[in-house]
Design a protein around this ligand. Structure first.
Ligand code: HEM
Length: 632
C-alpha cells in the first residue's frame, strides 16, 4: 500500500483511522503512521465491517518512537491476504483530545517526529489556508473586503465572494468585463453598488446613474489607481493619473486654457479637414484596388496624425514608410498593448515573480527610452524655433515650453504629459468613428436620413464640412450620441477612480478609503429601466418629437446627465471631449456625404466587442464605399 493513497486524518469516534488497501504482501512495513504515539494510545485492527481482525496480534501498545518498520509482524499479519480493507484505529484514553493532529500531519508528510521544520511549516500553511477559506466563505465581496469593510454604512454593499485569494479576477480577466460585471450586479440586485475583490484589491462598481453621479462628482474619488504599466511608462505624472493636488490642478488648468480651449479647437479645424481629406483619398484608393475598405487603419492613421498635429505640431505622411513614421507607429502600438493588457500582477503583486505572460516590466523598460528619444527630438526642434509668443495655432509643446518660472515642468513630466495625449486622443476618436460607421452600414435608413440632412444643410458641392456645419446637423449629433450610448468607447469609464477617504453615499452605503471605484457606463446605457428599447440603434431618441426618449435633442453627453456620460463626469472628466466630438462629427459627416456605405458580402458587419484600452470592434469594419452621385 502506498501511503499517498491512504486517507489520513479521519477522526472516527475518539480515534484516527487510516484506510489501507489489501496488497499481496500486506501493508508496506514503513508506513509512516507513527511519529511517536504516546503510550496511552492503543492501536487495534479491524476489518472493513468494523469487526476485529482475527488471527493476528489484534492490538498492540505502541511506544514512543515505535514505527511500523519496527513492528513488521503486526503490519504483515494485518493483511495477510485476509482483508479487503483494513482500518487502523487509534483509541485515545482521553475523551477529548486534539493531539491526533500531531500525528496526522507527520503521517501525511512522512516525517519521523512532531517538531520537524517541514511539519511546522505545513501546520502553518494549513492553518492560514483554512483561516483564509473560512473567512472568504463569509465575506460578501471576497477577501479584500474582510473585517466587515462592506458594512461600514447603514446598508452593506453586496457582492460576489469570487474565489479564495483571486476573488473575481478570473471572471474579469477574459471576456468582456463590463458585461460580466453588469450580469453579476443584476443577478445580486447590486446595481447601485457592488463590492468585489480583484486579488487583494478592493473594488466597487456602480451601474446606476444616481450613484454613478455621486461617485464621479465627489472630490473624494478624484484619484486613480495606478497599474504597473502606467507607472513604468511614466504616466503617474501625466494629467490622467497624477494624484489630485496642486500639480494635477496646474496641468488641468494649462490644458484647459490652451489645448482644449474652444478657440484652440477651432484654430485646428483646418487640420481636421486636411486629415479627413487624406483619409478619404486613401479609402478611395483601397476601394478601387480591393472593392471594399477596411476602415480602421485609415481612421487610426488620421487620428494619430491629427493628435500629432494638435499636440506636437508635427505632421507625417502616414501612407509612406520612413524611419520616423515606422518608429512612431511602433512605439504607439507597443504602448497601447502594454496599457491595455490585463495584468494579474496588478492585483496579486506576488504573482509577478512567477507569472508574467505579457512581460510587462521588461517591455516597458525597453519602450521608455525609445519614447523619450522620440519626444525629446520634437521638444528640441521646438526649443530651436521658439519665439516666446503663443498664437492660436500654437501646439501643446509650445505651450508647455513657454510656462513661466515657478510653473515650469521637468523634462520627464513634459514627456509624460505629451506622450499621454496620444493614448487618450487617438484610439477613442478612431474607434468611435468606426462604431458609428458600422451602425450606419447596418442601419441604411439612418444613413439615408443623415445624407438627406447633410444635403439639405450643406447643399450639393465640394465644400468641406466644418465645425459650424456640424453644429447645424441635429441628426448627425443624434447618430453620434446614439453610438456613444450603444458602444461607449470606455464602457467602464476607461480608467477607474480611487477613494481617498471613507465616502458615505446617499443610499446608506459607505465606500472605504483606498477602494478602486468604477462606473459601468455600458450597464447604465443598456439598462431597460433607464433607456427604452436599449439594444436598438435609434438616433431618433435624441431628437425632439415623435420617437424621442425623454433625453431630447439637448441631451448633453458631456457629464451632466449620468444616463449617458461616456466622457465621465466631475473634476476628472475627459478634458478632450469637445475636441473628440468635433473630430468624430466632422469625419462621419464627410464619410457619409461622399459615399454610400454598404455591407460587403463576404465580410458582414460584426458588432462583437473587444475590450483593450478602449472597447473596439473585434473584427475591424469592412464595407463597400460607393461614391455618391453628383459629388466629385
Ligand atoms: C471620443 C473620444 C473620447 C472619449 C470617449 C473619452 C473618454 C474619456 C473618459 C471616460 C475619461 C475618464 C473620465 C472620468 O474618470 O470621469 C477620459 C479622461 C481623459 N481624457 Fe478622454 N476621451 C475621448 C477623447 C479624448 C481626447 C481627444 C483627449 C486629448 C487629446 C482626451 C484626454 C483625456 C485626458 C487627459 C483624461 C484624463 C483626465 C483626468 O484624469 O484629469 N480624451 N476620457
Amino acid at each position: 500500500m502506498s501511503i499517498a493513497r491512504a486517507r489520513v486524518g479521519t477522526h472516527v469516534r475518539r480515534g484516527l483511522v487510516v484506510w489501507g488497501e489489501r496488497t499481496r504482501f500486506g501493508l508496506t512495513p514503513n508506513m509512516p503512521f507513527h511519529p511517536g504515539l504516546p503510550p496511552q494510545y492503543t492501536l487495534r485492527l479491524y476489518d472493513s465491517r468494523g469487526k476485529r481482525a482475527c488471527g493476528i496480534g489484534s492490538w498492540c501498545e505502541l511506544g514512543i518512537r515505535h514505527s511500523w518498520a519496527q513492528m513488521p509482524d503486526l503490519a504483515i499479519g494485518a493483511t495477510f491476504g485476509l482483508l479487503s480493507e483494513v482500518k487502523f484505529t487509534v483509541d485515545m484514553d482521553q475523551s477529548f483530545d486534539t493531539n491526533w493532529l500531531l500525528f496526522a500531519f507527520p503521517a501525511v508528510l512522512k516525517t519521523q517526529h512532531a517538531f520537524d521544520p517541514m511539519l511546522l511549516i505545513a501546520i502553518l500553511v494549513a492553518f492560514s489556508t483554512s483561516a483564509v477559506i473560512l473567512s472568504w466563505a463569509f465575506i460578501p465581496g471576497g477577501l479584500a473586503w474582510k473585517n466587515g469593510l462592506n458594512k461600514r454604512g447603514a446598508v452593506p454593499i453586496p457582492g460576489p465572494r469570487g474565489l479564495p485569494f483571486f476573488g473575481s479576477l478570473f471572471g474579469l480577466s477574459y471576456g468582456l468585463p463590463h458585461r460580466s460585471l453588469a450580469r453579476m450586479a443584476s443577478r445580486r440586485a447590486a446595481t447601485q453598488l457592488m463590492a468585489f475583490s480583484l486579488g487583494s484589491t478592493r473594488a466597487v462598481v456602480a451601474s446606476d446613474p444616481r450613484i454613478a453621479h455621486e461617485i464621479l462628482t465627489s472630490p473624494h474619488f478624484a484619484n486613480r489607481p495606478l497599474k504597473q504599466s502606467v507607472k513604468s511608462l511614466m504616466f503617474g505624472r501625466a494629467i490622467g493619473f497624477a494624484p489630485d493636488g496642486a500639480y494635477w490642478q496646474l496641468l488641468r488648468r494649462i490644458a484647459s486654457a490652451h489645448l482644449f480651449r474652444p478657440k484652440h479647437i477651432a484654430a485646428h479645424e483646418a487640420r481636421r479637414q486636411v486629415d479627413c481629406g487624406f483619409m478619404i483619398e486613401a479609402m478611395e484608393t483601397e476601394q478601387f484596388l480591393n472593392g471594399a475598405v477596411v476602415l480602421r487603419k485609415h481612421l487610426q492613421n488620421a487620428a494619430l496624425n491629427n493628435i500629432m498635429g494638435t499636440v506636437f505640431g508635427k505632421r507625417y505622411d502616414m501612407s509612406a514608410s520612413s524611419d520616423e513614421v515606422d518608429e512612431l507607429r511602433d512605439i504607439v502600438k507597443e504602448g497601447f498593448e502594454l496599457l491595455g493588457a490585463f495584468n494579474c500582477s496588478d492585483y496579486l503583486p506576488w504573482l509577478s515573480y512567477v507569472y508574467d505572460p505579457f512581460r510587462i516590466d521588461v517591455r516597458c523598460s525597453a519602450l521608455v527610452p525609445r519614447v523619450r528619444k522620440f519626444v525629446m527630438k520634437i521638444i528640441e526642434d521646438h526649443r530651436e524655433r521658439q519665439s516666446g509668443n503663443l498664437s492660436h495655432g500654437s501646439d501643446f509643446v509650445d505651450v508647455l515650453l513657454s510656462l513661466s518660472s515657478g510653473e515650469e515642468l521637468s523634462e520627464d513630466d513634459t514627456i509624460a504629459i505629451l506622450w499621454e495625449m496620444i493614448f487618450r486622443g487617438t484610439d477613442t476618436v478612431a474607434l468611435l468613428t468606426e462604431w458609428t460607421m458600422a451602425e450606419l452600414v447596418l442601419n441604411p435608413n439612418a444613413q439615408t436620413k443623415l445624407q438627406s440632412e447633410l444635403d439639405l444643410v450643406l447643399g450639393v458641392g465640394d465644400k468641406s464640412v466644418n465645425d459650424a456645419d456640424v453644429a447645424r446637423l441635429p441628426y448627425l449629433q443624434a447618430v453620434v450620441k446614439e453610438t456613444l450610448r450603444v458602444h461607449p468607447p470606455g464602457p467602464l469609464l476607461s480608467w477607474a477612480r480611487l477613494s481617498t477617504s471613507d465616502v458615505h453615499l446617499s443610499n446608506g452605503m459607505v465606500v472605504p478609503a483606498g477602494t478602486t471605484t468604477m462606473v459601468n457606463m455600458w450597464a447604465i446605457t443598456h439598462d431597460p429601466n433607464v433607456w427604452k428599447d436599449p439594444l436598438a440603434f435609434r438616433p431618433e431618441r435624441f431628437l425632439d418629437g415623435a420617437g424621442s426618449d425623454d433625453g431630447s435633442i439637448n441631451f448633453d453627453v458631456r457629464g451632466v446627465d449620468l444616463r449617458l456620460a461616456p466622457f465621465g463626469a466631475g473634476r476628472r472628466s475627459c478634458p478632450g471631449k469637445n475636441l473628440g466630438l468635433a473630430t468624430v462629427g466632422l469625419w462621419v459627416a464627410e464619410l457619409v456625404r461622399r459615399f454610400n456605405w454598404v455591407p460587403h458580402e463576404s465580410h458582414p458587419v460584426d458588432l462583437t466587442e473587444l475590450l483593450k484600452l478602449s472597447c473596439e470592434m473585434k473584427k475591424p469594419l469592412c464595407a463597400v464605399a460607393v461614391p455618391r452621385g453628383g459629388r466629385h
